[in-house]
Design a protein around this ligand. Structure first.
Ligand code: AMP
Ligand code: ZN
Length: 493
């Protein structure tokens, strides 16, 4: 926590020093998926970006409450049908079956991509009471009106009274007013086209509906996030995130609802991720420009020449900053595959390397600077591509030490330990990558490397008693260690 984290705040459109409301704690809300069909890779990009943000905040020592919702009601299609109901109708399932099916699929993909689960994953349908309460508060405060059993948020009144509407998305209320004159005829019940439903009366054929003071109906899509973030993180919390396509209307309306009900801005920092493109165009289902995670893993798609492993895909995502668009192409994935392998190979090669200098060297200092640079990159609005570039500077050093272009006497034992710590912390803990190779023995490998390091430390200190004891004790449990030119290796006898 002693580091200086800077975050780009979409609300103020600038980078700001990050300081949480309560020292040591962070509340973070991220808009989760609408579970009416399979997640696509664009969704995955957004959730992987927030995974890295979450991981870095944890690394910094914060206790983070990470809330990511599941939208299982209220998100309407252009034709007005609820996405969940449509999914249920098409698949001949209960809406809850649809929600469960695609939530399971979503969790499965998230774990394949090695993303950490959120602390709380609330569902919209489990929070109808909280949403009804919020509608009441907004009505009581005069920022909503009821028409024929539906309740609409009064954006013009809200804008006039608070001056808050449009701040996040940059939409100007005057434009909204002139739009209203053009479009008013299509907006039957609403006073103004930018007004939005916070409660909707359900038609007879609508499947998901609840009792309320206004009608048997269902909450508006934007309401769930306002109600659930308030319930679990309080009226004012630290970070709110989502893809930048959610800025308007979803997040703008969330802010309006929160301010309209309790008078406070929900989040201090708004973080928005940029879109995933494919071959230069936005990934979108309607024009076929889409690829599912499975198609990408198996290579069964016209868009790729072969399959790519989940960690290659994650590495590819990390190579661009979360605020830049990222273009998925076969060439870029091939390059990512090479880069990821190089990184993993270097990390493995590191295991056998042992610094020979008893004192700190010039190379040690250089390495410390590179590592500090990588952490500073993460402090600078989670700049993963720059942090990765620093890791590749270290990869070059590791490879030179391994093939003898650099001498092991140029680096101390602590120098090597520093590289090992930094590589492991940044690659695995912060960036969330995993070594997928077959001969990766997981925790055992890590433990053996630790033991080999301790033995090497003893040898540098000429503590032959300890170093022999380690070797003999391992021998007794059938583990053999061999000292070679390229370092120390181990195997079962
Ligand atoms: P949805 O299930 O459509 O509500 O989207 C879930 C999350 O994925 C939201 O934060 C969206 O902004 C994000 N998202 C949707 N499409 C893309 C895309 N092509 N690239 C990146 N994020 C996306
Ligand atoms: Zn949301």
């Amino acid at each position: 926590m002693s580091r200086n984290l800077v975050v780009y705040n979409s609300l103020t459109r600038q980078k700001e020093k990050f300081s949480p409301i309560q020292e040591g704690f962070i509340g973070m809300y991220v808009c989760g998926p609408t579970v009416y069909n399979d997640v696509h890779l664009g969704n995955c990009r957004t959730f992987m970006s927030f995974d890295v943000i979450y991981r870095y905040l944890l690394y910094l020592g914060y206790k983070v409450r990470y809330v990511r919702n599941i939208t299982d009601v209220g998100h309407l299609l252009d034709d007005g049908e609820d996405r969940m109901s449509k999914g249920a109708r098409l698949d001949n399932l209960e809406p809850m079956e649809v929600a469960q099916k695609y939530s399971n699929g979503f969790h499965h993909i998230m774990s394949i991509f090695n993303t950490l689960p959120p602390s709380i994953e609330p569902r919209a349908t489990g929070h109808i009471l909280e949403q009804i309460e919020m509608v009441k508060e907004i009505l009581d405060n005069g920022y909503a009106y009821e028409k024929n059993g539906s309740v609409y948020f009064d954006t013009l009144k809200f804008a006039e009274k608070t001056g808050e509407y449009g701040k996040l998305s940059g939409r100007i209320i005057e434009d909204l007013i002139s739009e209203s004159r053009d479009n008013l005829k299509n907006q039957d019940e609403k006073n103004h086209p930018s007004d939005f439903a916070i409660w909707m009366k359900a038609s007879d054929e609508h499947i998901m509906k609840w009792n309320s003071p206004w009608s048997v109906g269902f909450p508006g899509w934007h309401l769930e996030c306002s109600a659930m973030s308030t319930k679990y993180l309080g009226k004012n919390f630290d970070i709110h995130g989502g893809g930048n396509d959610l800025k308007f209307p979803h997040h703008e309306n969330e802010i309006a609802q929160n301010v309209g009900s309790c008078g406070c801005q929900p989040a201090n920092y708004w973080i928005h991720t940029n879109m995933l493109l494919m071959n230069g165009k936005k990934m979108s289902k309607s024009d076929g420009n889409t690829i599912s995670p499975e198609e990408l893993f198996t290579g069964k798609s016209v868009h790729v020449s072969k399959g790519y492993s989940p960690m290659v895909v994650r590495f590819f995502m990390l190579q661009s900053h979360y605020r830049s668009p990222n273009d998925l192409t076969d060439e870029a994935l091939l390059a990512a595959e090479k880069g990821f392998k190089r990184l993993m190979d270097a990390n493995k090669n590191l295991d056998g390397l042992i610094g020979a200098s008893p004192l700190e060297t010039i190379l040690d200092t250089k390495i410390s600077e590179i590592i500090e640079g990588a952490y500073s990159d993460m402090d600078d609005d989670f700049n993963t591509p720059r942090a990765l570039a620093r890791l590749f500077e270290i990869v070059t050093i590791i490879n030179s030490l391994k093939d003898g272009q650099m001498s092991l006497s140029d680096i101390s034992v602590t120098g090597i330990t520093k590289i090992k710590d930094a590589m492991r912390t940044i690659i695995f803990d912060i960036l969330g990558l995993k070594d997928e190779s077959e001969n990766n023995a997981g925790p055992l490998d890590g433990l053996m490397n630790l033991i080999i390091d301790l033995r090497q430390q003893a040898r540098v200190n000429k503590d032959w008693g300890t170093s022999d004891k380690i070797r003999d004790s391992l021998n007794e449990i059938q583990i053999q260690i061999k000292d070679g030119k390229e370092g120390t290796s181990w195997s079962f006898k």
